[in-house]
Design a binder for this molecule. Structure first.
Ligand SMILES: [Zn+2]
Ligand SMILES: [Zn+2]
Length: 361
């Protein structure tokens, strides 16, 4: 096997081409993985539009949310729990930080390591070629940590865990414990919002209130553990939305607000937080002005980027161990083949689907 098929961005805003891309020789410790599912996320749309990179970064294979089956390993590898990894195992794998910079080694914040490697934006005409997930195979560089995917987790859900869900786990890690009397407000009812709802419920919140849209998605949000949902399309006045939160919290505001929609929603989220509360900002996009004097007193603000290897593990483990509690499979809304990649990206770009998945037969 010398090459495989991959969805390649050759020019921004132009249809992706299905090209044959070389399968690289493996360095010691590297893996070759046959892709089972690749979910798409907003970042893939931004990279396609060109807002995140210049023309020098092309051609690139799109996609950074893979789950696949190990095809080959150079040498011996173990997974994040110390179990041997074998051909045929279904896996996801972490990003790689440099391990030696200030952020990695002194601050212990590897997600902001300037030398961090990630997928879906690497040139496909340079070794090791296969670093995007919309391809039949992907190359797994030696320092990546491997997480096995248990039978009870679908490849599509595991792929979503490789970006969306592990970022949510990172957010809860930084947030710390949720006390049993605390109210959590989640802003957003997409895959991150619904997953955050399940985790907040699981971590013992007294009540979880979710603000999102449209109505069909909020039905899933309810099944993911929300006590009450507010439809943004029905309640369009931010003052009324704030009042809804106050009505649920004795007039104080929420103990915790988790923003997973868009940075533009941060100022509104801050009006819903009580003095002394905790805010977790996971959403991307947008740029909101925040007046310092509008901040609740003694509040804590966390901004979250990506995840550390343990968050990949936590997301996969949550999907497996809470499978009978939350209907995770309902979050992935549309399935495509590799040849339909343009249709899939277009559907994401126009917000027709929440989470598209490319499945490989
Ligand atoms: Zn993503
Ligand atoms: Zn580093």
């Amino acid at each position: 096997m010398k090459d495989c098929r991959a969805a390649v961005i050759t020019a921004h805003n132009q249809p992706l081409e299905i090209q044959r891309v070389p399968i690289p020789d493996l360095e010691p410790g590297a893996l070759l993985v046959r892709i089972e599912a690749s979910t798409l996320c907003g970042t893939d749309v931004h990279r396609w539009h060109g807002s995140l990179s210049d023309a020098d970064s092309l051609p690139m294979i799109t996609g950074h949310e893979p789950c696949g089956t190990v095809e080959a390993i150079h040498g011996k590898r173990t997974d994040i729990l110390g179990h041997p990894v074998k051909p045929g195992d279904r896996v996801v794998w972490s990003y790689v930080a440099c391990g030696s910079c200030y952020y990695c080694s002194v601050a212990l914040q590897p997600c902001i390591c300037p030398g961090r490697a990630s997928w879906g934006h690497n040139r496909s005409d340079r070794y090791p070629y296969l670093l995007g997930s919309c391809a039949e195979y992907m190359y797994v560089p030696p320092p990546c940590l491997i997480i096995q995917v248990p039978e009870e987790v679908s490849s599509a859900s595991a792929a979503a865990a490789a970006c969306a869900y592990r970022t949510v786990m990172h957010g809860f890690d930084r947030l710390g414990a949720i006390k049993s009397h605390e109210t959590v407000v989640v802003q957003g009812s997409g895959p991150l919002g619904n997953f955050a709802t399940a985790v907040a419920r699981d971590h013992g919140a007294r009540q979880v209130l979710v603000i999102g849209a449209p109505a069909a998605r909020l039905k899933v949000t309810k099944r993911m553990g929300a006590d009450a949902v507010l439809n943004l399309e029905e309640v369009t006045d931010p003052k009324e939305r704030r009042q809804w939160v106050l009505d649920h919290t004795d007039g104080r505001g929420a103990d915790i607000v988790i923003q997973v929609a868009n940075n533009l929603a941060v100022p509104e989220g801050l009006t819903m937080l009580r003095d002394g509360g905790r805010f977790v900002n996971i959403g991307a996009g947008g740029n909101a002005n925040i007046a310092a004097r509008s901040l609740p007193q003694e509040m804590t603000f966390h901004t979250i980027r990506s995840g550390e290897p343990r968050h990949w593990f936590q997301a996969i483990d949550f999907l497996a161990s809470r499978k009978n509690v939350f209907p995770f499979e309902e979050m992935i809304s549309a399935s495509y083949t590799l040849d339909q990649v343009n249709e899939a990206l277009q559907a994401m770009a126009s917000y027709q689907v929440v989470k598209a998945v490319i499945k490989f037969p």
